[in-house]
Design a protein around this ligand. Structure first.
Ligand code: DHB
Length: 502
């Protein structure tokens, strides 16, 4: 018996988790080695599955940071015996691609040991849930805004994280014939900054904009478009998010801020109350007036084909559409036995939600971020940090905040870098192949960005003829992976698996 099969047997015999010391594959070798694994047994709710764990696979030939530009790949063992799981086979099983990015910070590859991942202790183990349902899981790490090299240079400023995720996708497609799972069915998942990257990955498939960066890393020669996107509360469209935030929150001058600069959905969120200064109130009004021009420039149409627009005061059919999303969410909660009548602005009639007074509802939520919410005039936001350079910690990324900067000598990010972080830039762009299927969730109690952000993204995708499932689930704050049964039901539906065979 070979050493490998001994290890394998030992792992299957007893241990839920066994970490044999395997050397990482040579970085220059992007060929997936199917024989280089550790067997693991995953147990969840009394169900078990044996998987082959390929951990810390460096997915580029010339990594800048091999601990982050790496991926953990988990494959149900059954696929190596020609067996099916539900309706999936080794050839057809989709590849679930969850990233762990929060706060645009560096993210290690996602691990099967959910307990080892940052976050609240009872966070669902999304990777284990996917494996039990027969998905192949590839959980990539990515560089983030605080990543630094040995020489002190920043190595993870924009667009590093999206370049890394694209390189991971290219690795999977390059190795498609050597691995169970279909690289033509990659389904990305992420929350917050990770949701934004998930959406960007789906919108910008194969765009030549990223080619030079991918070449410099020695990414595998393959396409990087994906099949589907799941995005929870994507903190995206950053250069328009300040105006969108004030469209929603202008007039709400009290805030409950989060006490940490690193706005990461995974860390404990302590609230600090405050009131906008007169200066901030002026910024809020100025930003609010900019939003309708941007929104109208998108020429969005609702599901019924009617134009969604805003007048100079920020009222109009687009606002009605956002209100309808909230009303539908409240009604769904009400019908499911979660009474919503006491929520500010909710108008009930015969125990049915008839309408929502948007201003009252928003006042009830309270503002979280002082204006400008993302491109801070003191360069103090996580997003300012994201748009730094190798040598500059933080930059502005909008003309507005650059013009109003309180930091002497501050600089503005170049337009191309800003563009490369926004999925909206790639919808309909020549050479970009968008994902066909999209599921976007943004909690109705999420104050990290405006409701307009997920609404505009979903409408822009829908208007391009893509399949989009958008909802603002009632009572849900800034978080993700809270409805995994529904997430996997959607995945089953888009991959065409008959529901009866699940
Ligand atoms: C995240 C939250 C934010 O409010 C933000 O501005 C950026 C990122 C996050 O949780 O990832």
């Amino acid at each position: 018996m070979s050493l490998r099969s001994l290890l394998t047997t030992a792992a299957t015999a007893g241990a839920i988790s066994l970490n044999a010391a395997h050397a990482a594959p040579a970085a220059s070798d992007l060929v997936f080695d199917a024989d280089h694994y550790v067997k693991r047994e995953v147990e969840l709710r009394g169900q078990r599955i044996v998987v082959r764990a390929y951990e810390n696979i460096v997915y580029v030939a010339k990594p800048v940071d091999a601990s982050l530009q790496a991926m953990n790949i988990y494959v149900p063992d059954a696929y190596f015996r020609g067996e099916r799981i539900g309706d999936f086979t080794a050839d057809t099983a989709p590849i679930f691609l969850p990233n762990q990015v929060g706060g645009y910070m560096p993210a290690p590859p996602g691990s099967l040991d959910g307990a080892k991942m940052p976050g609240p202790p009872n966070r669902p183990n999304t990777i284990a849930e996917a494996l039990l349902r027969g998905y192949v899981v590839a959980a990539p790490g990515a560089r983030g805004r605080t990543s630094q090299g040995a020489d002190g240079r920043y190595t993870g400023k924009a667009p590093a994280a999206i370049v890394d995720l694209k390189a991971a996708v290219r690795y999977l497609r390059f190795n498609d014939a050597r691995m169970p799972g279909s690289a033509e069915r990659i389904i990305s998942n992420g929350t917050s900054a990770g949701g934004a990257l998930s959406a960007l990955l789906g919108a910008s498939g194969n765009s030549a904009d990223y080619d030079a960066a991918l070449r410099a890393l020695g990414a595998a020669p393959a396409r990087d478009d994906i099949f589907a996107v799941s995005a929870y509360c994507p903190i995206t469209n950053l250069e328009h998010a300040d105006a969108a935030y004030e469209w929603q929150f202008q007039g709400v001058n009290d805030y409950k801020a989060i006490s940490i600069a690193m706005l990461d959905f995974k860390v404990e969120r302590k609230e600090v109350a405050g009131t906008l200064t007169p200066d901030q109130v002026t910024l809020s009004s100025a930003l609010k007036t900019r939003f309708p021009t941007y929104l109208n420039s998108l020429a969005l149409r609702g599901p019924d084909g009617r134009a969604l627009t805003l007048d100079a005061d920020g009222n109009g059919t687009f606002k009605d559409y956002v209100k309808q999303l909230l009303t539908a969410s409240a009604q769904q909660a009400q019908a499911a036995g979660q009474p919503v009548g006491s929520a500010p602005g909710v108008k009930l009639e015969d125990a049915k939600v008839r309408d929502i007074d948007f201003a009252a509802y928003v006042r009830g939520m309270a503002r979280q971020k002082p204006p400008p919410a993302f491109d801070a005039v003191d360069l103090g936001s996580g997003e300012n940090d994201l748009f730094g350079t190798e040598q500059v910690k933080a930059r502005h990324f909008t003309d507005f905040s650059f013009a109003h900067s309180r930091v002497a000598g501050s600089i503005r990010a170049d337009a191309q870098t800003v563009r490369m972080m926004n999925p909206m830039s790639y919808l309909g762009a020549p050479g970009a192949t968008p994902a066909k299927h999209w599921r976007i969730r943004h909690g109705a109690s999420d104050r990290d960005t405006s409701f307009a952000i997920p609404a505009m993204l979903a409408l822009a995708l829908q208007n391009k003829g893509l399949d989009v499932d958008l909802a603002l689930p009632w009572g849900i704050p800034h978080s993700g992976d809270y409805d995994l049964d529904q997430l996997f039901a959607w995945m089953t539906q888009i991959t065409g698996t008959p529901a009866t065979e699940r």
